[in-house]
Design a protein around this ligand. Structure first.
Ligand SMILES: [Zn+2]
Length: 235
């Protein structure tokens, strides 16, 4: 004979399963939100990095332009001096300075060209990163809205499920309820059928003593292995 608490316990267990599932879904919400936020942050960081690179290159270019200006100033000075000197050796010495300054300017201009090329690439990377963000930000924001909606509907469902669990608890006698509350935090489901002498929870064979108690139905049967509440299938 089945113990009289089994029927209300199974109803309670069913309600409790629903409550647990809702509670788990709700617990996953902050993680979902953080993942979307993480994607937004990563895209914004990519833009910031591209912008910083671009700015760095622009200031290198400015520095080079200053150096070119200084070198050109020197070159102009040497040329003026050269036009004024009379002695051949002085003329030649200044000619050497002019060659050096010209080589220096040519080298700096080469570097400037390279930087200008890098600036173009960097600008392109920045524009691409920005475009990607604008395209995906709408998706991310929509996803965040969905998550918030889901959170509020789950919260409402959970509240209802909790009240349904409370109602189901009323129908279980206090002693059986204590056993349920003792097992539930460790093992779920709490109430399982015994089939072919084996516990439906841990699948181990229950002892003859546990079988006797369970079959008789005066007391609540427990699995000797996993402590679940057991009942005998009447087949
Ligand atoms: Zn068991």
């Amino acid at each position: 004979m089945r113990h009289s608490a089994i029927e209300p316990l199974l109803i309670l267990q069913d309600r409790e399963r629903t409550r647990r599932s809702l509670s788990q879904s709700l617990a996953a919400i902050p993680g979902d939100r953080a993942r979307v936020q993480g994607k937004i942050d990563a895209e914004k960081n990519a833009i910031d990095a591209a912008k910083a690179e671009w700015r760095g290159l622009e200031s290198s270019k400015k520095l080079l332009e200053t150096e070119i200006g200084v070198a050109e100033g020197k070159l102009g000075k040497y040329r003026t001096q050269q036009s004024l000197v009379k002695k051949n050796d002085e003329y030649q010495a200044l000619g050497h300075e002019i060659d050096t300054a010209e080589a220096e300017i040519s080298k700096l201009e080469g570097q400037e060209l390279e930087i200008m090329y890098e600036i173009d690439n960097s600008k392109e990377r920045f524009a691409t990163a920005e475009k990607e963000l604008h395209v995906s930000i709408a998706d991310h924001e929509a996803r965040l809205v969905t998550i918030t909606e889901r959170e509020s509907s789950l919260t409402a469902e959970l509240k209802e499920a909790e009240s349904i669990v409370e109602t189901a608890r009323v129908d279980v006698d206090p002693k059986s309820l204590r056993v349920f509350d003792q097992v539930a935090p460790q093992t779920f489901p709490v109430c399982v059928a015994v089939n072919g002498g084996k516990c439906g929870g841990c699948h181990l064979r229950v002892s003859g003593e546990a079988e006797g108690v369970t079959r008789k139905g005066d007391e609540l049967g427990r699995c000797d292995q996993c402590a679940r509440i057991i009942w005998w299938e009447s087949s």
